[in-house]
Design a protein around this ligand. Sequence first.
Ligand SMILES: [Zn+2]
Length: 297
Amino acid sequence: MDYIEMSPFLVAWNNAMILGSIIMVAAGIVIYLLHNIKVSSIAEYHLKYDYINAKEIKTYKLVFYCFGVAVTLAINLYGMHEMKQVEVWFFTRLFMSIAGGTLVAYVSYLVLEYYYPTKLDKKLKRYRLAPRINPKTGNKMRLLSEEEEDVHLDEGMIAEENVFSIDYDVWIDEKTGDVKIEKYQGRLQALKCNTCGFYTMRVTKEEVVKMPSGTEPGELIKHYQCSYCKSVRATAFNISTKEAEDYKKEKFKFRQNKDVDLVKVEIHTISGNKKHYEFQNLEEAQKFLNEFDSGKS
Ligand SMILES: [Zn+2]
């Protein structure tokens, strides 16, 4: 059998595939490392939370898309030493490589879109609820509970169509009365969907039902939709106009059992009926149980 030289095009093609896949794997690793270096360089939990919330899933998707391209390029090297000329196998392999790369990208997209947010939510809560330290005294601060359910309006953000509310976390140094307010964009947060269980529930619209006036709190309704199962939810919130100074004057009521995310109550009556109730925290569940009257409801 005669020795056949590989066509110059295929030599160049193979080299491009080898180099390209190495570059894409390296790019993925570099993007991953840069993200994590950036995260660990942010000292303040609040800013860490915002950064991770805004960037982590997008960045990891990009990492896996790089790997997807690398897989596409690498599959094009399969059987490279046997092929001397561009033939049918070249195009078959090209097609298979695109399918393989797409599969890698698509599977990672699904994992990051639906599975990963559950893990991310735990990580974010850790940063959001970790005790803050008062920089002036070094004392541990505590998170106020009554502000959890209230939202604030940021001036200048009140557009005609879209109102974006702000969640305030109020931290108090019990010894000195120092107050630290951390603001979060509630609409950027993914909540757990009670229908499908994924953390894919996001605010789609917010409307002010009642504007806050000097002393009276206002009311705002947040409309949510799950991007997976499309179920919708609407919840009313009080709009507070309190600022840092106002918190100092008040009696503190701190958040208890902050690890509790959801309380489910199932009530069985003697007639065999079952009823399910869900609460955001133990206090609400307790209040409900105190007022519960099986005859009425
Ligand atoms: Zn859902």
